[in-house]
Structure formats: structure tokens, C-alpha cells
Design a protein around this ligand. Structure first.
Ligand SMILES: Nc1ncnc2c1ncn2[C@@H]1O[C@H](COP(=O)(O)OP(=O)(O)OP(=O)(O)O)[C@@H](O)[C@H]1O
Ligand SMILES: [Mg+2]
Length: 482
């Protein structure tokens, strides 16, 4: 039944739309356009009589043919139970856009919007309604949510990585000990076994952990370093496991991915593992053994695909006997232990590092500084309690505070802290006037030449010894001033 058609003259557009489909090529085009639209579309007059409808609309409403719904009033559709309510009716009543979820007699839900078209006299000319399956909308929202959580995961990863010096990837390994370690790391990098790096502060544990990750099959995935000593105890669990939204007051309203999640498919570097409290140690052990992770406040469990590398400068065995470290976690982490020797135990690396760091600073600040033979000997003889980190800092300070191009240690810096070297302050090289006995002059010349060759060899002792035509041990002896 058509409502109101006999009271008022139809608008010319309405006449056009309700005319014989085949009589007007423009109308055929219009029909084709709406039939091919992704949404269901239908148009009514100001009383709700359907003038035009796309194929999809007819099927959604339960008609066999779309033509069957033409001329029918939307109020009848509701009355016949074809769908539960009509946004078209509401749009006519309110003379404004109305949106909502409409459910048809088969239980399918559509997100529908009805927009009245009003002419210059304030009259409704027609109402255009379009509808889209809510499943599509839901799928879209779910996809968006998934994307958002991935972005959130990356954002958190970036926060973790932002304060890390990942720039310099060149590893110094001149000493036989370090060469052996690099060989081992190249080999074990490809496996997923847990690695335990043991060494004094500043020996390069993090450098080695990154090296292993870079050479592993996970190298394209995140490397997440965590300093276990730096996370406040009360936050440890939420940092490691994350939480869902609304898990506790003060939490991020969007929830937060934990470290296991952030490092998924990658490597989690547990630095200063000895500082982890016992309670957290058992939770970590459970994750390493089962791979199962649950965010705080979440009912879902997911599988963490993470490779663990731990590091410590403490004696974990002693801590176990003092009941400060769990032995089961120790054995689980200690699958491949790697001991990184102190710098004083691998003297071949000292000058190689020194020249590498000096080269970096020279390049950075466009300088041409060189070590004097006094500096070379001082560096070689100092015992480096802070290891490579201290060496890097000492060289930076030396470069930044020295005026000329030849670097010498002042009395109050490295020389005053030296343990074995007893060296005299020397005049600047270049403007040296030799004096004293022939023996002392020859010694000075020898030291300068050794320093020059070491510089040319980038601090590599083996190569320098070859160039000097002396045995490596002889070079050591000379540098030790013996
Ligand atoms: N083999 C290496 N090649 C190049 N640089 C290195 C090497 N070993 C250490 N370094 C440098 O020395 C410094 C200290 O290294 P790293 O942070 O890895 O030490 P660490 O053992 O983790 O120290 P800590 O126990 O204090 O955390 C860094 O600046 C690093 O770049
Ligand atoms: Mg470290």
C-alpha cells in the first residue's frame, strides 16, 4: 500500500524515480550505480513509500525481487516484522539524519543511516537510506583494534630502545680470548638456547648480547634490553607481563604490553639478572619453561616466543648458597655461559679499543689527534677497573681536554692512578730535543716508533709486532717498560 500519494502532487524527482525503469536510460544508470554499491541503498518519498532500491536491500528485507518492495511503505515493513524499526520513519519525523542498528527477520543486523533531502521551501523531497552489515563494521573495528595494539607495542618498544646506544656495531676482538668468544657467539647465535653473559662492569656484556641477536635468525625482530636493577620492585610484574585496560588504578587506560610481549619473536636481554627479587625469579622461570604469559587482569594466555640472554657481574653461585638466587632459574639461564674477561686480562684489546675510540672522536669533531708514546704506554699499563667503559671515557676526556694534537696524560689523570707504569712526564713529540745518554735517547726513539706503528695498525698488537719485526711478547715487554 502507498501512503499519502493521493493527497499531494509528487515532486518531479519522485516522478522520475518511480517511473518505468526501462523507459529512462538515466534511471537505468542510477539503478546500476546503487546495485553495485557496497551498501544497501533505498530511496523513499516524504511519506516513506519506496521509490527506488538496490538489489541488496530487497534481499536483506526478505523480498525475492527488489521490484517487489518498490511502492511499499516502510511502516508496512515494520508492521509485517520484516525489520524491527525504521530509521526512515524517524528521519521523516525529526527532519534530520538518523542512524542505528536495524535487525531483519533473519536476525541479520545492519548499521543504517537515513538522510532526508529538504528543498528550498523546507519540504522533504525524499529520504535516502543506506545500510551496511554490522559484521563488516565489527570486522573493521577488530582489525583497527589489532592494528592499534601492534602500534602500541611498537611504541612501547621504541620507548625501551630510545635511550640505548645502538649506533656503533663494530666489535673489537684482538685478544685470543675475545676472538674465541666471537667464534662461540657466531655459532650459538643461530640456536634459541638461553645465554648467560658473565663479566665485570663495562666488559661489554650488552655489546655481546646485541652481537648474538644481530647474528641470530631473530635479527629482524626486536632486541629488548631490560635492566632488572632499574625497575622498581612494585612495577616488576606489570613491566614484564603487562596489563589489560582497567587492571588497576593509575594504570594506562589502554592497557600496556609487557616485556615478553614487546620482545615477541625477538630477544629479551635480562641485564643485571642477579638483582631480580626471588618472587619475580619464580615467575620468570615459569615463563621460560612454559612460554606462557598472561597480562595482569587478563583471562587469556598467550605464548611468548622469546630468546633470553641474561647478564650479570655477580657471583650467582655464591648468591644461590646465600639463598638470594634460585638455583633452578640459574640452571635454566646458564645453558650457554660466556665469561667475558676483564680488559686487564686481555691487553691486546686495550690499544685496539683506544685507537678505535680515538678514531671515532677524530672523525666526529674533525680532529687529527694522536697518542704520544707516553699515552700509549699509560693506556697499556693501567689496570682498567671500569674496563672498556672506563677506557672510552678516559679517551674522550683526554681528547676533549688536551690542547695540541699529541695526546699525553697529565699527572692527575690516568698516570696518577696507574698501577704498574712508572713513567716520566715527556716533552711533546715533534718538538723534542734529545738529551741524556745514548741509551735513554735510543729508548725514547724506540718508544715513539712503537707508538707510531701501533697507531698505524689501529692498536692491533699482532700486526704491530710483525711490522716492528719483533715477537708479540717482546712488544708487550717493551710496552710494560721492562
Ligand atoms: N667488544 C666491544 N667492541 C666495541 N665496543 C665495546 C666492546 N665491549 C664494550 N664496548 C663498549 O664499552 C662500553 C661498555 O659496554 P657494555 O655496556 O656492553 O658493558 P657491560 O658489561 O654491559 O657493563 P655493565 O655491567 O656495567 O652493564 C660501551 O660503550 C660499549 O660500546
Ligand atoms: Mg650492561
Amino acid at each position: 500500500m502507498t501512503v499519502g500519494s493521493d493527497c499531494i502532487q509528487p515532486h518531479p524527482i519522485q516522478e522520475l524515480l518511480s517511473g518505468n525503469l526501462n523507459s529512462n536510460p538515466g534511471q537505468q544508470f542510477l539503478q546500476q550505480i546503487i546495485d553495485n554499491s557496497y551498501d544497501s541503498i533505498f530511496v523513499t518519498d516524504k511519506y516513506g513509500n519506496v521509490l527506488l532500491a538496490s538489489i541488496g536491500t530487497g534481499i536483506f528485507m526478505g523480498y525475492e525481487r527488489t521490484e517487489d518492495m518498490i511502492g511499499k511503505n516502510v511502516k508496512e515493513h515494520v508492521k509485517d516484522g520484516i525489520y524491527d524499526w525504521s530509521p526512515t520513519i524517524e528521519a521523516i519525523k525529526s527532519r534530520s539524519v538518523v542512524s542505528g542498528i536495524v535487525r531483519n527477520k533473519n536476525g541479520v543486523q545492519e548499521m543504517a543511516t537515513s538522510k532526508p533531502l529538504i528543498d528550498e521551501h523546507g519540504e522533504i523531497v525524499m529520504v535516502i537510506t543506506n545500510a551496511r552489515d554490522t559484521k563488516l563494521v565489527d570486522d573493521y573495528i577488530a582489525a583497527l583494534e589489532k592494528e592499534r595494539s601492534t602500534v602500541h607495542r611498537y611504541k612501547t618498544a621504541v620507548e625501551y630502545l630510545s635511550d640505548v646506544d645502538a649506533g656503533n656495531k663494530e666489535i673489537v676482538a684482538e685478544s685470543p680470548q675475545m676472538k674465541k668468544i666471537i667464534k662461540t657467539c657466531n655459532f650459538i647465535a643461530k640456536a634459541d638456547s638461553t645465554v648467560m653473559l658473565i663479566g665485570e662492569t663495562g666488559t661489554g656484556k650488552e655489546v655481546m648480547a646485541r652481537y648474538i641477536h644481530r647474528h641470530s635468525l631473530r635479527s629482524k625482530e626486536p632486541f629488548i634490553p631490560v635492566n632488572c636493577a632499574a625497575i622498581p620492585q612494585e612495577l616488576l610484574e606489570s613491566e614484564f607481563f603487562g596489563y589489560v585496560r582497567g587492571a588497576f588504578t593509575g594504570a594506562n587506560p589502554h592497557g600496556k604490553p609487557g616485556l615478553f610481549e614487546i620482545a615477541d619473536k625477538g630477544t629479551l636481554f635480562l641485564d643485571e639478572i642477579a638483582e631480580l627479587p626471588m618472587a619475580m625469579q619464580s615467575k620468570l622461570l615459569r615463563v621460560i619453561e612454559s612460554g606462557e604469559v598472561q597480562r595482569l587482569g587478563d583471562t587469556n594466555i598467550y605464548h611468548a616466543n622469546v630468546r633470553f640472554i641474561a647478564a650479570t657481574n655477580r657471583d650467582l653461585k655464591a648468591m644461590i648458597s646465600q639463598k638470594l638466587f634460585r638455583s633452578d632459574l640459574y640452571y635454566r639461564l646458564n645453558v650457554i655461559p660466556i665469561n667475558i674477561p676483564t680488559l686487564r686480562d686481555r691487553p691486546e684489546d686495550i690499544l685496539a679499543f683506544a685507537h678505535k675510540f680515538l678514531g671515532e672522536l677524530n672523525r666526529k669533531y674533525a680532529l687529527k689527534k694522536q697518542f704520544s708514546s707516553q699515552a700509549t704506554q699509560s693506556l697499556f699499563n693501567y689496570n682498567w677497573p671500569g674496563n672498556v667503559r672506563e677506557l672510552r671515557n678516559v679517551i674522550e676526556r683526554l681528547v676533549m681536554t688536551s690542547m695540541g694534537d699529541i695526546l699525553n696524560f697529565e699527572e692527575d689523570s690516568l698516570v696518577s692512578r696507574k698501577t704498574r707504569l712508572d713513567c716520566e712526564p715527556r716533552p711533546q713529540e715533534g718538538d723534542r730535543a734529545y738529551e741524556g745518554t745514548l741509551k735513554s735517547v735510543l729508548k725514547s726513539v724506540e718508544e715513539e716508533y712503537i707508538s707510531q706503528v701501533l697507531r698505524e695498525c689501529g692498536g692491533r698488537m699482532g700486526e704491530a709486532a710483525r711490522r716492528l719485526g719483533i715477537h708479540r711478547t717482546m712488544l708487550y715487554r717493551k710496552l710494560n717498560n721492562k
